[in-house]
Design a protein around this ligand. Structure first.
Ligand code: 2HA
Ligand code: ZN
Length: 289
């Protein structure tokens, strides 16, 4: 089957373009990866190249050894993916040790996979294991309002999660496990990759905020992963508006209100996000004991 005509490549291109249209991918900002299913690999195998050089990943990912990923290229612009996908994205294969990759398709004008490949692959490794193999998509975007909040909210998972949850009733339903936050770090390397994947593992977060940079989301499908990014960023936009209107809430969703959502939506909300505030009108952390 023609690689460009496959459902997963078409879904990838649509998601990348949807993100561009949201304004999350200025210049070459952001990156996207998808872990192929076995039958998807088989359906395109005759059209894959097999003379590509092996390159070090920069991290060790034995949990995804031998797997194939569709990824955006480093330095490539999301706005060009829909126009010229074969020059902007690539299918890579991971070697049997999980130490190296090689390009099997795409990037026809040259280039390499996303600079955030270590974070993508470490997160794929964690999520493949903790989701029983169903998570396949990792998405990084430069979400404007989430970035803005990372300058004014304390960089704590509890505070970001609680404030984002309060901004829209659907939020605790869409991301009941909350969001992780890491402070500013150098992007593109092993350290930020390990910090992100540790949060995705320890708390089973599907979303991690990188302060002053953007967000990483993991999910089962393109729709669910894009929807998660979109929901969190929309909630951040509401919070930015509330803070811009003076920041004092006259009324809000309270801890017992969140608890009342649990049976209705079959979710469990960790109590560490449902703290009482000194003043419920305030944005921020728990009441001092
Ligand atoms: O330029 O977003 O984090 C791609 C990136 C790096
Ligand atoms: Zn980035």
């Amino acid at each position: 089957m023609k690689i460009l005509d496959t459902k997963f490549v078409q879904g990838f291109i649509k998601m990348a373009n949807d993100g561009y249209l949201q304004g999350w991918h200025e210049r070459n900002g952001g990156n996207l990866s998808y872990r192929l299913k076995t039958d998807e690999v088989e359906s395109i195998r005759p059209r894959l190249m097999d003379h590509g050089q092996w390159h070090p990943i920069g991290a060790s990912v034995p949990g995804v050894a031998g797997e194939f990923f569709l990824v955006t290229g480093t330095g490539k612009y999301f706005r060009n993916i829909i126009v010229d996908p074969e020059a902007s994205i690539a299918i890579i294969e991971i070697d049997e040790k999980g130490e190296n990759y090689r390009i099997r398709w795409g990037l026809v004008e040259g280039g390499l996979p996303t600079s955030e490949l270590p974070t993508h692959l470490l997160n794929h490794e964690v999520k493949k294991r903790t989701s029983g193999g169903v998570h396949r998509v990792i998405y990084h975007a430069h979400t404007t309002n989430v970035i803005a909040l990372s300058f004014v909210l304390p960089l704590q998972d509890e505070i970001f999660t609680r404030e984002l949850w309060e901004m829209a009733t659907e939020c605790p339903v869409v991301f009941p496990k909350g969001v992780g936050v890491i402070g500013w770090m150098v992007p593109g390397g092993r350290d930020i990759a390990l910090a992100t994947s540790r949060l995705m593992e320890q708390h089973d977060y599907d979303a991690v905020i990188w302060a002053h940079h953007g967000m990483f989301c993991s999910g089962e499908t393109f729709d669910l992963t894009f929807g998660l990014m979109h929901t969190i960023e929309k909630s951040a936009e509401i919070l930015v508006k509330v803070m811009s209107m003076g920041g004092r809430k006259l009324q809000t969703i309270r801890p017992d209100d969140f608890r009342a959502l649990e049976p209705q939506f079959h979710i469990e909300l960790p109590e560490r996000f449902l703290y009482e505030k000194e003043d419920p009108a305030e944005i921020g952390g728990p009441a001092k004991a």
